[in-house]
Write a protein that binds this ligand. Structure first.
Ligand SMILES: NC(=O)c1ccc[n+]([C@@H]2O[C@H](COP(=O)([O-])OP(=O)(O)OC[C@H]3O[C@@H](n4cnc5c(N)ncnc54)[C@H](O)[C@@H]3O)[C@@H](O)[C@H]2O)c1
Length: 121
C-alpha cells in the first residue's frame, strides 16, 4: 500500500467517534501521526489504542473546541509530541436535531460556537 501521509502530523477534532474516528484510523494507515482530539476521553483513548495497533504514533487530547484556549493548546500538544503540524481536520460537532424555529437560543448559539466560532479561532 502506498502511504500518502508518511510522517505528516494531523490534528483531528471529534476523533473519538463517527467520521472523525474513521478519518483518524485512515490517516494512521497512511502513515500519519495523529492527535486524537475529543471532548470525551474514553472513546478517544479507544481510537488511540487502535492507532497504536496499526503502528502509527498518536496522542490523545481531551477538551472542547469551544474553549478559547483549545486551539493554542492542541497545536502546542502536537508540536510538543511530534515537532511539527501539517494537517487540521475541523470535524468536531454538536448537532441539535431540531427545526430552526423550534430551537432554543442556547441550542442555536451552541451550534454557532462549534461550527463557526471554534474553527475560526
Ligand atoms: N454523519 C453525517 O451524516 C454528517 C453529514 C454531514 C456533515 N457531518 C459533519 O461531520 C462531522 C462529524 O459528524 P459525525 O456524524 O461523525 O458526528 P459524531 O457525533 O459521530 O461524532 C462527533 C464527535 O465530536 C465530539 N465532540 C462534540 N462536541 C465536541 C467539542 N465541543 N469539542 C471536541 N469534540 C467534540 C464528540 O464527542 C464525538 O466524538 C460533523 O461536523 C458533522 O456536522 C456529518
Amino acid at each position: 500500500m502506498v502511504k500518502l501521509l508518511e510522517n505528516q502530523v494531523a490534528i483531528i477534532t471529534g476523533a473519538g467517534r463517527g467520521i472523525g474516528r474513521e478519518t483518524a484510523l485512515m490517516f494512521a494507515e497512511h502513515g500519519a501521526k495523529v492527535v486524537v482530539a475529543d471532548l470525551d476521553a474514553e472513546p478517544a483513548m479507544e481510537v488511540v489504542a487502535e492507532i497504536k495497533k496499526i503502528g502509527s504514533a498518536t496522542i490523545q487530547f481531551c477538551g472542547s473546541v469551544t474553549e478559547p484556549e483549545f486551539g493554542k493548546q492542541v497545536v502546542e500538544a502536537a508540536i510538543s509530541a511530534f515537532g511539527r503540524l501539517d494537517i487540521l481536520v475541523n470535524n468536531a460537532d454538536y448537532c441539535a436535531d431540531f427545526l430552526l424555529h423550534k430551537m432554543t437560543d442556547e441550542a442555536f448559539n451552541a451550534i454557532l460556537d462549534i461550527h463557526l466560532v471554534a474553527p475560526s479561532d
